[in-house]
Write a protein that binds this ligand. Structure first.
Ligand code: ADP
Ligand code: XUL
Length: 512
């Protein structure tokens, strides 16, 4: 039995790293660790956690890198004397939309994992597709058009699945694999999302896809909470069996595989709660409740995502952290301190200079390239370095506000912005965010709210069985704190600039 005063573990397989956070019964963080793919597993040759293929549209990550990262994460926890025997439950999350293709017979391997071998050694030949497509892939336009056509158009698809067809959504990725590599598809006995894949590793069995992550596939009938046969048929044959039935996000999937009990000293009663996508998990970590919809906007700054009206509507941008890092390297000597100095040396509105920095093909708008405009709306090829730094941040934050407003979001007197993700540790970036939204920005002690959210979800998963709500579980959790407030009268600058941003975006879109 688990010792009194148990622990709960959250795991997050994001684009660039695998992270874990453990909390105690009082929701205090007691352990945090991570494995960074490029640095810790250089043998896979990833850049920023991925392989961008020569067409620049196909983006994948080797599935065995993820497996090896879990070996490494658990070894690191063991070395730091983390007491696995106190874990009562665990849950987790993964970058949304990515998919894993288990080869025929892999289930037997998963169910019989010998504890004297690493997961990487055990599962080396268990995957039909070695390079897993991830959310940054935009190579499936053909498949998207085909899917929309087969259900009677984009609106019909949106009515069924909640979204029109997106290149990164898993159904379209599966359709591409079936079309381009039918043998690989045939050899696949089960398809997992990144989230349910990590859950499967812990469970030693195929884990169900949860409703929330399942809704990012263009395959689920979001009202029926089940796969839409029409969408499945449009993507690939026999898909229903390969996906398994989806389940609610708080479901208890079972106990951890005996492998973890023997190899790391896990408690044999430690339960695995369904894993979910990183955006819903972040909402749990920021303790966003349905009542917050009207006045709260939630921004993940690791990969800047505007997600609002909880789970209903949602925008995702690809040019986030990595694009900021590029400008930091080019215009601020590769240092966040220099970057901060440049932000401080320039003023809100950047004297009318405005930029669109799409280092890789953006999701919305579907544009690539860097487009800089001076105060007279003339395109220029370069900005002075500190102007460039402010322009990338202002451009990204204006895009968030512009797209939030397109979804009907309005900045009100009590609006608050909840920020999370890697960049939310940077107060100077947060200041621009507060100024552009003319609202205070709140953060948590950890920038990794998706992982923390899953530690909370792990605890709630045990309590949900007896009818307890997530809000009940979270009663005594520490609240997010105000990190920065907007400067005085700054809306006079950013109000007109927002309108200009949208006009110039049209121009950029039309010219591309
Ligand atoms: P991922 O989902 O890729 O693991 P995270 O949410 O953990 O992303 O964020 C990682 C990113 O955070 C890095 O790419 C880096 O650009 C950004 N970051 C980390 N520290 C800072 C900082 N002080 N200022 C701005 N950005 C930062
Ligand atoms: C969401 C999306 C990204 C990934 C990043 O639709 O594509 O936010 O979840 O991890």
């Amino acid at each position: 039995m688990a010792a009194a005063g148990g622990y709960y573990l959250g795991v997050d397989l994001s684009t660039q790293q695998l992270k874990a956070i453990a909390i105690d019964d009082n929701l205090n963080v007691i352990h945090e660790t991570s494995v960074k793919f490029d640095d810790d597993l250089p043998e896979f040759g990833t850049q920023d956690g991925a392989h961008v293929h020569s067409d620049k549209l196909t983006v994948t990550t080797p599935v065995l890198l993820w497996v090896k990262a879990l070996d490494m994460l658990l070894e690191r926890m063991k070395i730091s004397n983390f007491d696995f025997s106190k874990l009562k439950s665990l849950s987790g999350t993964g970058q949304q939309h990515g998919s894993v293709y288990w080869k025929e017979g892999a289930i037997q391997t998963l169910k019989n994992m010998p504890d004297d071998r690493s997961l990487h050694q055990i599962l080396e030949t268990s995957f039909a597709v070695k390079e897993s497509p991830i959310w940054m892939d935009s190579s499936t336009t053909e498949e998207c058009l085909q899917l929309e056509k087969s259900v009677g158009g984009p609106q019909n698809l949106a009515d069924i699945t909640g979204s029109r067809a997106y290149e990164r959504f898993t159904g379209n990725q599966i359709a591409k694999i079936n079309k381009k590599n039918p043998e690989d598809y045939k050899k696949t006995e089960r398809i997992s999302l990144v989230s349910s894949f990590v859950a499967s590793l812990f469970l030693g069995d195929y884990a169900a896809i949860d409703y929330s992550d399942g809704s990012g596939m263009n395959l689920m009938d979001i009202r029926a909470h089940n796969w839409s046969q029409r969408c499945l048929d449009a993507c690939a044959p026999g898909l229903k069996e390969k996906l398994g039935a989806p389940l609610p996000s708080h479901s208890i999937l079972g106990s951890v595989s005996p492998y973890y009990v023997k190899r790391f000293g896990f408690n044999s009663e430690c339960k695995v709660i369904a894993f979910t996508g990183d955006n819903p998990a972040s909402l749990a970590g920021m303790q966003l409740q349905r009542g917050d919809i009207a006045s709260t906007i939630f921004l993940r700054l690791g990969f800047p995502v505007v997600s609002m009206r909880l789970f209903i509507e949602f925008f995702s941008f690809k040019n986030g952290s990595l694009t900021r890092e590029k400008i930091r390297d080019e215009s601020a000597s590769g240092s966040w301190d220099e970057f901060a100095k440049a932000l401080k040396a320039t003023c809100p509105g950047n004297n009318g200079n405005l930029g669109f920095y799409f280092d890789v093909m953006e999701i919305t708008p579907a544009v690539v390239g860097i487009h800089r405009f001076n105060a007279k709306n003339c395109k220029v090829s370069k900005f002075p370095k500190e102007v460039d730094v402010r322009a990338v941040i202002e451009g990204q934050m204006l895009a968030k506000r512009a797209y939030a407003e397109k979804l009907g979001f309005e900045v009100l007197k009590d609006t608050r912005v909840l920020a999370t993700g890697g960049a939310s540790s940077n107060p100077d970036i947060l200041q621009v965010l507060a100024d552009v939204f003319n609202a205070p920005v709140y953060t948590r002690d950890t920038t990794n709210s998706a992982c923390l959210g899953c530690a909370y979800r792990a605890k709630h998963g045990l309590q949900a069985a007896s009818g307890q709500s997530f809000a009940d579980t979270m009663k005594n959790a520490p609240e997010p704190k105000v990190a920065v407030t907007p400067a005085c009268e700054v809306d006079k600058v950013y109000g007109p600039m927002l309108a200009r941003y949208m006009e110039l975006e049209k121009l950029v879109r039309n010219n591309c």
